[in-house]
Design a protein around this ligand. Structure first.
Ligand code: SF4
Length: 363
């Protein structure tokens, strides 16, 4: 059976899009892909090296592991060290450095830290271990929020009381606004993350495009998707006609997944959130509503008073705002490697530094 995605890796379609881009590009443009998955796809298929030289692609903050704030990693570590706790997390988070250690070192020291593939796996562990407290590290964007959130609703319905989530849910639109409003901003157009829009739809982006006069193209993750997204964005820039375009209509509709949005509204309310290396972005996160406080690990374990200082070497915050590239960091590939990461962007499977390292972008 043919892989459905193969059609979006078709080299003939890709070459046609590249020729079309060459024809319409008349001056330098800087565009940002919002999602770390798009960054890795771009590097993997060499798209950044095939584009007309006037087009510069910079990498946005859409990597959940990368933007989870340092203080939350420290809170996770403090909770995971408690003897009554089984701490569960997606695998990438275990190697992300906190202020002094990471979750792997907690496990090496005897802590019960387990990798799970979904929040529902963590809930199952809670049901199987009623004498323990099970905590799930619920990180991510609008994409993961429904899957993380449903475990709380399910725990509530089943009366599972030994389950809690350390919530670090963030939202894309406030981050876009922060990037565009910054005095040093270089970004002139966005490739919005297709999977985020599959949940939330596209309506949140219209006011941003209008207010800042930037084109936003909802874009997928395969090479042809990325080239189509870049083409539409450059076309809008060249014709001075910024708006929101959907180049990922096989998965995204304007209204998005309404059932998921209803569930998110029942569970979460907007809050200010710190983004690692970037700082506080107003209304950029979700926290659990008071009705679900019993499932909030920060409240349950009193881990609300932990504060942390970022590394002075790591420039990941600037990379995630499109101001610098990983190769601008003096530690890149020397003091900081995937085996010995100094920052989260070198750890994550979606991190920009990890992508540059893996696909040998050294200049
Ligand atoms: S190379 Fe390492 S230290 Fe430098 S910005 Fe990336 S993660 Fe931070």
């Amino acid at each position: 059976m043919t892989n459905f995605n193969e059609a979006f890796r078709d080299s003939e379609r890709a070459v046609k899009l590249l020729h079309a881009l060459e024809k319409i590009t008349t001056r330098p443009w800087v565009i940002m892909e919002m999602c770390g998955g798009q960054t890795h796809s771009m590097m993997k298929y060499g798209i950044d090296q095939l584009l007309p030289p006037q087009i510069e692609v910079v990498h946005g903050p859409g990597c959940p592991v990368c933007v989870t704030p340092l203080e939350l990693i420290d809170k996770a570590i403090a909770i995971a060290q408690r003897p009554e706790v089984i701490f569960t997390s997606y695998g990438d988070m275990l190697r992300v450095p906190g202020s002094r250690q990471d979750l792997f070192s907690v496990r090496a020291g005897g802590g019960d830290v387990r990798v799970v593939y979904s929040a529902l796996d963590a809930l199952r562990i809670a049901q199987e271990n009623p004498q323990k407290e099970v905590v799930f590290f619920g990180i991510g964007f609008e994409t993961t929020a429904p899957a993380n959130g449903i475990s709380i609703l399910q725990a509530d319905r089943l009366g599972v009381r030994n389950y809690a989530v350390l919530v670090s849910q963030v939202r894309v639109p406030p981050a876009m606004e922060m990037i565009l409003a910054a005095p040093a901003n270089r970004v002139q157009g966005f490739l919005a993350a297709g999977h985020v829009c599959a949940v939330m739809g596209t309506r949140e982006y219209g006011p941003i495009s209008e207010r800042f006069g930037v084109p936003i193209t909802v874009t997928g993750f395969e090479p042809v998707d990325l080239l189509a997204g870049i083409y539409e964005t450059i076309l809008m820039l060249e014709t001075a006609a910024p708006q929101v375009n959907n180049a990922y209509s096989r998965s995204v509709t304007a209204e998005g997944n309404v059932a998921a949005q209803r569930m998110l509204a029942e569970l979460f309310e907007p809050c200010d959130r710190n983004w690692r290396g970037i700082g506080l972005i107003p209304q950029s996160g979700w926290k659990l509503r008071p009705a679900f406080a019993a499932y909030d690990a920060e409240i349950k374990f009193g881990a609300t008073d932990i504060h942390a200082q970022e590394s002075e070497i790591c420039i990941a915050g600037q990379i995630l705002q499109g101001l610098r590239k990983p190769t601008d960091c003096p530690a890149f590939g020397t003091a900081c490697t995937p085996l010995h990461p100094l920052g989260a962007t070198m750890v994550s499977g979606e991190g920009a530094c990890a992508a540059y390292y893996k696909y040998r972008r050294t200049v």
